[in-house]
Design a binder for this molecule. Sequence first.
Ligand SMILES: Nc1ncnc2c1ncn2[C@@H]1O[C@H](COP(=O)(O)OP(=O)(O)OP(=O)(O)O)[C@@H](O)[C@H]1O
Ligand SMILES: N[C@@H](CCO)C(=O)O
Length: 293
Amino acid sequence: MVTVRAPATSANLGSGFDVFGAALSRPADVVTVERADRTTIEVTGVGAQYIPEDPEGNTVGAVVEALDAPAHIHIDKGVRPASGLGSSAASAAGAAVALNRLYDRGYSREELVPIAAEGEAVVSGVAHSDNVAPSLLGGFTISTTDGTNSVDARVPLVVCLPDVAVSTRDARRVVPETASMEDLVETVGNAATLAVGMCRSDPALVGAGMSDPVVTPERARLITGYDAVHDAALEAGATGVTVSGAGPALVAACREGDRQAIAAAMLDAFADADIDARAYQTRIGKGATIIEE
Ligand SMILES: Nc1ncnc2c1ncn2[C@@H]1O[C@H](COP(=O)(O)OP(=O)(O)OP(=O)(O)O)[C@@H](O)[C@H]1O
Ligand SMILES: N[C@@H](CCO)C(=O)O
């Protein structure tokens, strides 16, 4: 038996659509695997009722196939599904690390990225790696078709999750197919600024690089109260705010010591829009960890 804690993640970070990702110190899924002749999946925890236990529909099923590693798999969800916090990816990353160890497959964390990404194709139609990469490697990650680079950044974050669901599949439908040269130049500048900020663990630069004129404005429309919550976080001291992953969560970059005020301001703004929400005072953290074997 092997048990792995796999962290939630925030993909895109505004300017890095389908490329940037960050591991969050909390929340996390806990995945336990035991050898079996036939794969069975049991899901408990937050939002478990919305997650298929059939291996065909669960992200961990694709990981079992890719590693040829049948098992009884228990997923204790700490990351709510359809949250924008890489819920589907956390389970896939946790299963990849656990099954790799259980069956002694010997893959490196980097080699597990495309394997875990197969799970993402099951739910969103695209094997994007920007959530599984940080959940496996930790830190800030840059994923391209050539592979993933990671930086062990230390940046405090607040994540605010409203009590509504947005599926990645739906949120991908609103992504514009073209961008103007002006928007492209702005996005490249912001992405480069954010990446430098991560290398320096500088919350001001990370926040400054989070805005994106192409994808985020379209997705923000799917989130009731987005503008008010965004502005409230900035007024409370956030250095930058954007949609986390495909939403509906928002992620705010902050300086140490400001997280509590920012979390409270975001919750108040959602409450003013009649939306229940919860806030996580978190930070960029480590990747999936084996906690028992
Ligand atoms: N192990 C799993 N954990 C969570 N969701 C799963 C899992 N397996 C399948 N799903 C399905 O995936 C969908 C949620 O994935 P989706 O990508 O939409 O959300 P997310 O992972 O929270 O968000 P994001 O990728 O934007 O950060 C739900 O329909 C859920 O039933
Ligand atoms: N990059 C993906 C991440 C989903 O979490 C998207 O934004 O659609």
